[in-house]
Design a protein around this ligand. Structure first.
Ligand code: C2E
Ligand code: CA
Ligand code: CA
Length: 391
């Protein structure tokens, strides 16, 4: 893959119009990029160490748009098409689109230098490029609107009760984000959390959630004076693990609102933990130091490596809705729920079952040692005032 090329001074690497499948990185020496026009060479760039060139042939029809030769003795690293294509495939659609546009623009301007009359038309876009363009446009639009929504106060948190299965009392809530569209529609998180995660926006939204939930916790305690104050959990995105301010900001919100740390709980999914283990561990340890409990969300859908998870500072698991759905339909499902609840208890963790839609599912969970339940059977996520009324 990482072939090298050595060129003597003056040696030509490629000529405009030739076909080329690879790009090059200058290791040492220098490369001159030039155009041959009317029998004369016109230099257009002089490139030194660490500079990349020949990349334009990777983007479109693999034809070199200019010529390249060594200025002194030069050593190059060969960058294959596959290497770049693989990096591109992993990039966000917006980045891929941006890259293609930039490459196509430089290509066009070089083409104009070759054919000032603008004779040579650009190659037609491939189907994949078209999809990327549509997706990129959509994402940029959503990101723009989401940013405005955040500042215009169009984002709102709903609160879904988490109930003690033994006795039925509301122990706390999970906060779930909603976007009030201009047309009055309530947009679900599935339509915009991905876009927020692909940009810095999730960090800002995450901080807004911490502040909003901290303020809501104060009102929740006031709505049930004398009784145990309810907790509220927030969902953390993997992108937030890299926010160096997050733990400090949570600590600050707790202090400002004089909240017991155990009332603010954090939900993270298993796949998020394993996708970025070092950052996850660091954040979890910071949260543990603050005293905020941590729950593993959607448990059972990912690696389900409880044997590994229990070495992380976590306090609870949330059994995924897919297991609860099966309860009542198959006896195997009850056995699985029981086994997970027991294993969690043996490891000193408590269990929440999510997606409980029937009294029967609630009863089976309770009977098999699950401590808390959440789902439409008890209540959907509701605005704060309605949540306070439920208390
Ligand atoms: P999640 O964390 O697993 O949240 C539970 C989802 O299940 C919520 O959907 C909730 O409305 C829904 N649900 C609750 N009970 C039932 C039930 O009995 N039956 C059924 N069919 N569904 C039930 P929602 O609010 O659409 O959220 C979807 C996902 O979006 C969440 O899954 C979470 O991953 C993400 N999300 C929601 N709010 C936030 C947020 O504030 N920040 C971040 N980063 N992600 C969020
Ligand atoms: Ca959750
Ligand atoms: Ca969940």
């Amino acid at each position: 893959m990482h072939d090298r090329r050595r060129l003597a001074a003056g040696e030509v690497l490629f000529r405009a119009g030739e076909s080329g499948q690879v790009a090059f990185l200058v290791e040492s020496g220098a490369i001159e990029i030039y155009l041959e026009r009317g029998g004369r060479d016109e230099p257009i760039a002089l490139l030194g160490a660490d500079e990349l060139f020949g990349e334009m042939a990777l983007a479109g029809d693999h034809t070199r748009t200019a010529s390249a030769r060594a200025v002194g003795d030069t050593e190059l690293l060969v960058v294959t098409h596959e290497m770049l294509a693989e990096q591109m495939a992993r990039a966000a659609p917006v980045l891929r689109h941006l890259l293609r546009v930039t490459l196509a623009r430089s290509r066009d301007s070089l083409r104009l230098l070759h054919h000032p009359a603008g004779a040579a038309p650009a190659a037609p876009a491939a189907a994949g490029e078209h999809a990327d363009r549509t997706l990129a446009a959509q994402r940029l639009r959503t990101e723009q609107q989401l940013r405005q929504a955040l500042y215009a106060g169009e984002l709102e948190l709903h609160y879904q009760p988490i109930v003690e299965l033994d006795g039925g009392r509301i122990a706390g809530f999970e906060s779930l984000i909603r976007w009030h569209g201009k047309d009055g529609r309530l947009i679900p998180p599935s339509a915009f959390i991905g876009v927020a995660e692909d940009s810095e926006l999730i960090v800002e939204i995450g901080r807004w959630i911490v502040d909003t939930v901290a303020a809501a916790l104060v009102r929740m305690a006031a709505a049930r004076p004398g009784a145990a104050a309810p907790f509220c959990s927030i969902n953390l995105s993997p992108r937030q693990f890299d926010d160096p301010q997050l733990a400090a900001q949570i600590g600050d919100a707790l202090a400002r609102h004089a909240l017991a740390p155990k009332r603010l709980r954090l939900e993270i999914t298993e796949s998020a933990v394993f996708g970025n283990l070092a950052a996850a561990r660091q954040l979890l340890e910071q949260c543990r130091a603050l005293g905020c409990p941590v729950l593993v969300d959607d448990f059972g859908t990912g690696y389900s490596a409880l044997s590994y998870l229990h070495r992380l500072p976590i306090d609870a698991i949330k059994l995924d809705r897919s297991f609860i759905d099966e309860l009542g339909a198959s006896s195997g499902a009850a056995a699985i729920v029981q086994a997970m609840a027991r294993l969690a208890a043996d490891l000193g963790l408590y269990t929440v079952a999510e997606g409980i839609e029937t009294a029967e599912q609630a009863a089976i969970c309770a009977q098999h040692g699950v401590s808390y339940g959440q789902g439409f059977h008890f209540s959907r996520g509701v605005p704060l005032d309605a949540a306070l009324a439920l208390l």
